[in-house]
Design a protein around this ligand. Structure first.
Ligand code: KIV
Ligand code: ZN
Length: 514
């Protein structure tokens, strides 16, 4: 019978500690709600002693998020543990997570304490945490470099004092998989009283082995894994939640475990984190990277179109990504081209396809990616010079630090003027929303890039936007001294193309047009 592996998310604690990833209270709450939708089992909300902001965030998460266990981190000291408990009091299912380093390196250089003193401190800290809260997790920090016999003693002291979870961190990302696996097997076999104690992994990615080590820990007997969305965390990061979950899901034959994560929320979780922190995910990142399901090689595209299992072990829909998988470029073949044209509503005859393919190849030689609008341009001369459906008459943008943004947009179409004021998280979002409301088409941003075209005292930037409207992609670009104006105008260009093309398709299909 497969056993459940509990997913312990530490995006808001270990993840938040990484450079550029700090979040304020509202951002932490937004992320916590998404982690709840994702169905994580344990949500580590912060390190309350670290700052008043951390304390308030843990308290707010504990008060609102009721399904998962809410954990708070504390060093093995009275002050830390009391502070953690104060922040957790309102939680439906609180957990105090206390830690103390156990490796000789940390004892000698950081803590300047003897092994005996550390053992006593573990007993004291876990016992104190237990007096507040039934659910206590203990982490011997740097377990990966701790002498094995001594690690067993430390774990024994923690279990005797009442720890319900033992987490064995590879704090510095030093372990190799067999070593990490064996540490779990040893602790399980040698520490008395382990029957009611859950073993947990916590791995860092300094050697790029965080996920592999997590899976090794599971093989060694761990049934809780600590991880973060997008793998954010100290230095090279923590183990990526989405990669662990999908490895377990895809290789059920290999790992006798399952998770209760709602995989369709993986991509939305990754996107939300990126949006909140502004830290982008590398395009080739497994599971959630922009290119994780993109196929450019002609042979691969042909295979995917015949049967996706030829080159895909997971469908993008499984992880909540709804995107066009076929990226047309110079490696694409006729099959991919015909297929995309059909999706775009163009049924080409054989000679038409040959002509289109020839032009497509020329274009693909010059451009990295060929977008839908390029394809439409190929079959219908003059597309690039489409009449401006809506022209911008007025644009005002208001942003306040820490608050929401407002944009007022006035567009003219056939002599009639339309105005809309929208409010959103950021100034660009507000502008795009106002444009959507007036044009009647709704776009989702696929790519947004900014290039400085005239650096110096007065910076002029060009914004290039790739947006999807009703499953079709359109681009827009604009340069201005105002970044927000450039974004709004670039988006309007893409929206104008979408309005024009969607109208054409509707007319061709004999449907309504406006
Ligand atoms: O990496 C680590 O050892 C930690 C502990 C606090 C669990 O983050
Ligand atoms: Zn860590």
């Amino acid at each position: 019978m497969p056993e459940k592996v509990f997913i312990f998310d530490t995006t808001l604690r270990d993840g938040e500690q990484s450079p550029g990833c700090s979040m304020n209270l509202n951002e932490k709450l937004r992320m916590a709600r998404q982690l709840d939708r994702l169905a994580v089992d344990i949500l580590e909300a912060g390190f309350p002693i670290a700052s008043q902001g951390d304390f308030d965030a843990v308290k707010a998460v504990a008060a609102e998020i009721r399904r998962p266990i809410i954990a708070a981190l504390a060093r093995a000291s009275e002050l830390d543990i009391k502070r953690a408990w104060d922040s957790l009091k309102e939680a439906a299912r609180p957990r105090i997570h206390t830690f103390l380093a156990t490796s000789d390196i940390h004892l000698q250089y950081k803590l300047r304490k003897t092994r005996e003193e550390i053992l006593q401190q573990i007993t004291f800290a876990v016992g104190l945490a237990k007096s507040f809260c039934q659910d206590v997790e203990f982490s011997p920090e740097d377990a990966g470099r701790t002498d094995r016999d001594y690690l067993v003693e430390c774990c024994h002291a923690a279990v005797e004092a009442g720890a319900t979870v033992l987490n064995l961190p590879d704090t510095v990302g030093f372990c190799m998989e067999p070593e990490y696996e064996k540490m779990f097997a040893d602790v399980k076999a040698r520490v008395p009283g382990m029957d009611n104690v859950v073993l947990s992994t916590h791995t860092h990615n300094d050697l790029g082995l965080a996920v592999a080590n997590t899976l090794a820990g599971i093989r060694g007997g761990a049934r809780q894994v600590e991880c973060t969305i997008n793998g954010i965390g100290e230095r090279a990061g923590n183990a990526a939640l989405e990669e662990i979950v999908m490895a377990i899901h895809v290789r059920r034959d290999f790992l006798p475990v399952f998770t209760e994560i709602r995989s369709v929320e993986l991509y939305p979780s990754s996107q939300l984190l990126t949006k909140i922190t502004g830290v982008a995910v590398q395009p080739n990142k497994a599971i959630v990277g922009r290119n994780a399901f993109a196929h450019e090689a002609g042979i691969h595209q042909d295979g995917i179109l015949k049967n996706a299992i030829t080159y895909e072990i997971i469908t993008p829909q499984t992880v909540g990504m709804h995107t066009n998988r076929i990226v047309l470029g110079k490696h694409s073949g006729r099959h991919a081209l015909t297929s995309r044209y059909e999706e775009l509503g163009h049924k080409l005859t054989k000679p038409e396809l040959e002509r289109a393919y020839e032009q497509f190849c020329k274009l693909a030689d010059r451009k990295k990616n060929v977008y839908d609008e390029d394809l439409i341009g190929i079959v219908r001369e003059g597309f690039k010079d489409i009449p401006e459906m809506f022209s911008l008459k007025l644009f005002q943008s208001l942003t306040s630090i820490g608050g929401r943004s407002t944009a007022t947009v006035e567009l003219e179409r056939d002599g009639e003027v339309f105005q809309y004021t929208a409010t959103a998280e950021g100034p660009c979002d507000a502008a795009f929303l106002a444009i959507d409301k007036i044009t009647g088409v709704t776009g989702t941003i696929q790519d947004f890039s900014v290039h400085t075209i005239a650096p110096g005292a007065s910076v002029e930037a060009e914004v290039v936007i790739l947006a999807q409207f009703e499953g079709r992609e359109f681009t827009g670009r604009y340069a201005s001294h105002s970044l927000v104006e450039a974004a709004a105008r670039a988006y309007l260009t893409a929206a104008n193309k979408a309005v024009y093309e969607l109208k054409r398709v509707a007319v061709a299909a004999g449907g309504a047009s406006n």
